[in-house]
Design a protein around this ligand. Structure first.
Ligand code: NAP
Length: 345
């Protein structure tokens, strides 16, 4: 017989300890809320997959791992509990409008149920991987999934972009600001990207499209990083090598929304829609960071989203008291709807 799950009661449960989650944790702690952040691994999220960060204000050059540690110790200082190595299975809304977040401990296998009136989901997103040899080995050492984050490291170099959709084509164009030459490697003979983006691509003299090629391997050397791509012609099977010092992979990106086990509004790509306070269409359920529908996904935007989400969650909890525990009414309270965000007005 399965053991009875351990039950925990909190005011706020935060799902995922990336930059957004840890910022929400810091603000929840500062608001003296009884809060917990649940993370499937160690804290850091995308920061742990990023070698160096150069666009977080105040840090001209910081290792992703170092910034992750700083975020975690800062959040812990204000009292948010960290429950690491626990996989969140689902967040469910109960009949009274509160939430149950169920997680499995990866070390003990025990099931934990977290009950709370508010949840902030900051589970991030996952790029679609090529799943070829060398990809994980050279991640952050020439292999990247983010042009804005890493483009500047490839100034004057020859690099490749993999994919044929809007993201690949748009980012290939963007990367020519830094790289001298960008190969767009695509597995077919036509691009999926919109015509306007294609036109920009074909007009850019720094870009060369490599048609009908699949990447079989990312070749490199440690500690230097990527040196070349081993390509296979998808029509003839012929193998070739493309010398590059970086490869940006844009073959899709998926928000990690699978844990949200209830109806909520999302955009056509599956990203969670929120109001200006980061509240989803479910009262008391907030979303921040990469899984939220928005223009860009950066550490800076994740941090901003999460600041708002945590402060709005505190206001929502207060509104819940004022409305005798009615989530729908609480979500309509002026302090939640207007979201003056702590500024005196
Ligand atoms: P996408 O449109 O799904 O395109 C993915 C591309 O990756 C396709 O060209 C696909 O090739 C290729 N691909 C998939 N798996 C591959 C593999 N294993 N090996 C090699 N190539 C592979 O994804 P996206 O470009 O990330 O765009 C996602 C959505 O965001 C789209 O709706 C897009 O319009 C939108 N978006 C819009 C903009 C914009 O409007 N400025 C910018 C970025 C994204 P095939 O073509 O052969 O299938």
């Amino acid at each position: 017989m399965a053991a009875t799950p351990e039950t925990h009661d909190y005011e706020v449960v935060i799902v995922g300890a990336g930059p957004a989650g840890m910022t929400a944790a810091m603000y929840a702690g500062r608001s003296m809320l009884k809060s917990v952040i649940i993370e499937s691994g160690e804290p850091g999220g995308e920061l742990l997959k990023t070698e160096v960060i150069e666009d977080y204000p105040g840090f001209e050059h910081v290792l992703g791992r170092d910034l992750a540690e700083k975020f975690a110790s800062h959040a812990k200082k204000f009292g948010c509990e960290f429950h690491e190595f626990r996989d969140v299975l689902h967040v469910r809304r109960m009949a009274d409008g509160s939430f149950e977040t169920t997680a499995t401990d990866k070390i003990t296998d025990a099931t934990h149920v977290y009950r709370s009136p508010a949840v902030i989901v900051t589970a991030g997103g996952t790029p679609v991987y090529l799943n070829v040899p060398g990809e994980s080995e050279y991640a952050g050492k020439g292999v990247s999934y983010c042009a804005i984050c890493d483009g500047a490291f490839f100034r004057g170099q020859t690099i490749a972009v993999v994919g044929g959709g809007d993201a690949a084509v748009e980012e290939a164009d963007f990367l020519t600001r830094y790289a001298d030459k960008v190969y767009l490697v695509h597995r077919r003979g036509e691009l999926r990207a919109s015509k306007i983006l294609q036109q920009r691509l074909f007009e850019n003299p720094k870009i060369e499209v490599v048609w009908h090629k699949a990447v079989d391997e990312i070749v490199g050397e440690l500690p230097d990083g990527v040196k070349a791509l081993r390509l296979r012609d998808t029509q003839t099977g012929a193998q070739s090598t493309l010398d590059v010092t970086g490869v940006f992979i844009f073959i899709g990106f998926k928000p990690n929304t699978g844990v949200i086990d209830m109806h909520y509004d999302h955009d056509p790509m599956g990203y969670v829609c929120t109001d200006v306070n980061m509240m989803t269409t479910v009262p008391g359920l907030f979303a921040a960071g990469d899984l939220r529908s928005q223009l860009v996904r950066q550490v800076t935007t994740a941090v901003g989203d999460a600041t708002t989400a945590a402060i709005a969650a505190e206001k929502y909890l207060k509104a819940l008291e004022d409305t005798h525990g009615d989530p729908e009414a609480a979500a309509q309270e002026p302090q939640v709807v207007i979201g003056t965000g702590g500024y005196a007005v």
